[in-house]
Design a protein around this ligand. Structure first.
Ligand SMILES: NC(=O)c1ccc[n+]([C@@H]2O[C@H](COP(=O)([O-])OP(=O)(O)OC[C@H]3O[C@@H](n4cnc5c(N)ncnc54)[C@H](O)[C@@H]3O)[C@@H](O)[C@H]2O)c1
Length: 310
């Protein structure tokens, strides 16, 4: 099985290595990556490919691959998926495969056109032992009807720190922490309730990771898990302690439109939220363009204008 990678970072190096352990036929032939962070790991395990290309188009035009592995930063996934699908190649894309709503619809169209089976997604939590155990309980109907879920995930400081390091800490590259990290969790909860959430709310903070809390005594222990990568500020870990930190994330599912703290909402989120509220209200009061009188028709028109101009 000939494999090409776009974004040969920590993750794809690790995933490929695991794959090669169970499938001797898997060969990493070539890659596209301006600075392959997974290089040391790949060299150590003897699979760093000899061939490299500057662009994905170029690689797909020159190599006859069976699988394309996408492990670039999140904001590039859709672009890489699109190129792969158009080249007719099967894709393994790391989660999350899109970073916003517009991209979701674009991806949905692409999957409609090329077929869902063409894209495998790295939502691995659903295959973990505890997810399997919960699925087993659901299959036996041991849990009954789930009315609501209250979930909190406590991640170790170095794990939380890692999520706020390198490209991940910038929303424009990662899509935000809720997407980058919690897409696994939401996927897991979707499985439990057998449907998708209407609303997701959460709260969290970064106040834990401040210089005052720097673990001087066991700094080695804390820092050994920090992975350095694209956009990381050199090897100075102190940046991590200042910027980082997200501990205690609570998600309440099934409650309404997704927002995670008004203060952290971007203008785009706020606009979307207002639009949705107005639209919902129009639906609730059954406001229609051909309402029973001119006043109601005008009200409809005015609100529609507002929605369109936001
Ligand atoms: N499924 C999981 O549990 C899991 C775990 C970790 C990471 N991931 C996902 O894997 C992806 C990669 O994460 P990572 O930890 O390997 O990050 P990383 O920073 O180690 O690797 C990203 C790689 O992409 C490369 N890159 C940047 N711009 C590029 C471009 N224009 N074209 C090609 N390559 C480019 C970088 O040079 C780097 O080598 C992310 O989407 C992340 O969310 C998933």
């Amino acid at each position: 099985m000939k494999i090409g990678a776009v974004g040969l970072g920590n993750r794809i190096a690790h995933v490929f290595h695991e794959l090669s352990q169970i499938n001797q036929e898997a060969k990493l032939i070539s890659y596209v990556d301006p600075l392959p962070i997974g290089k040391d790991y790949a060299e150590k395990h003897n699979f760093f490919p000899k061939k490299t290309y500057v662009t994905l188009d170029e690689m797909l035009a020159n190599e006859k691959l069976d699988l394309l592995m996408i492990g670039s930063p999140n904001h590039l996934h859709l672009k890489h998926i699109k190129i792969g699908l158009n080249a007719g190649i099967k894709i393994f894309a790391e989660k999350p495969i899109v970073v916003d709503e517009d991209q979701s619809f674009e991806l949905a169209k692409l999957l409609g056109e090329f077929g869902q089976d063409q894209v495998l997604v790295g939502l691995v939590l659903r295959y973990s032992q505890h997810a399997r155990s919960v699925r087993g309980l659901i299959d036996k109907n041991s849990l009954g009807n789930i009315i609501s879920i209250e979930a909190s995930e406590h991640i170790m400081p170095w794990h939380g720190g890692f999520f706020m390091r390198n490209w991940r800490r910038k929303e424009k590259f990662s899509g935000g922490f809720m997407l980058e990290k919690c897409c696994h969790d939401i996927d897991f909860y979707n499985m439990i309730v057998g449907c998708r959430p209407k609303r997701v709310a959460s709260f969290g903070g970064r106040r834990s990771f401040i210089p005052d809390n720097k673990p001087e005594k066991n700094f080695e222990e804390y820092s050994k898990y920090n992975l350095f990568g694209w956009e990381a500020k050199g090897k100075d870990n102190s940046a991590c302690w200042i910027i980082v930190g997200l501990i205690g994330l609570i998600m309440l599912l099934m409650m309404g439109f997704s927002s995670y703290g008004v203060k952290t909402m971007t203008v785009k989120d706020k606009k979307r939220s207002v639009k949705k509220t107005v639209k919902d209200m129009m639906e609730r009061i059954d406001l229609k363009p051909d309402g029973p009188n001119i006043e109601e028709q005008q009200l409809y028109q005015n609100l529609k204008n507002i929605v369109q101009t936001i």
